[in-house]
Design a protein around this ligand. Structure first.
Ligand SMILES: [Fe+2]
Length: 104
């Protein structure tokens, strides 16, 4: 168990910032797990094993979403930016540029 999520002395950080850092680390780990399962599933020849891994990957997606929602509730500007990008049709880069501008 490491403490790599802190880039500044943990004792100088507020409890709120330490929680935020832990949740960022958790979000990263959930994203990594989704990617790892994607690779395993693509190579697994056993149908039943693949189904179990797909189920596990789906759970990691839920964890990722909950972590992200927690973080967005703490960062209104981040939330506003993502509201202009996520679940929207159209050009992703254009939506991103417009969302960034709108959230400043
Ligand atoms: Fe998870």
């Amino acid at each position: 168990m490491g403490f790599e999520q802190y880039h500044e002395p943990a004792g100088e950080l507020t409890a709120e910032v330490r929680t935020f850092a832990r949740m960022i680390t958790s979000l990263t780990e959930e994203a990594e797990a989704i990617g790892w399962y994607e690779q395993r599933i693509s190579l697994e020849p056993d149908k039943e094993a693949r189904a179990i891994m797909e189920n596990a990957q789906h759970e990691e997606m839920k964890h990722f979403g909950m972590d992200l929602e927690f973080l967005l509730r703490k960062k209104p500007q981040w939330k506003k930016t993502l509201q202009g990008i996520l679940f929207k049709p159209g050009d992703i880069v254009k939506n991103g540029d417009e969302a960034e501008e709108a959230s400043e």
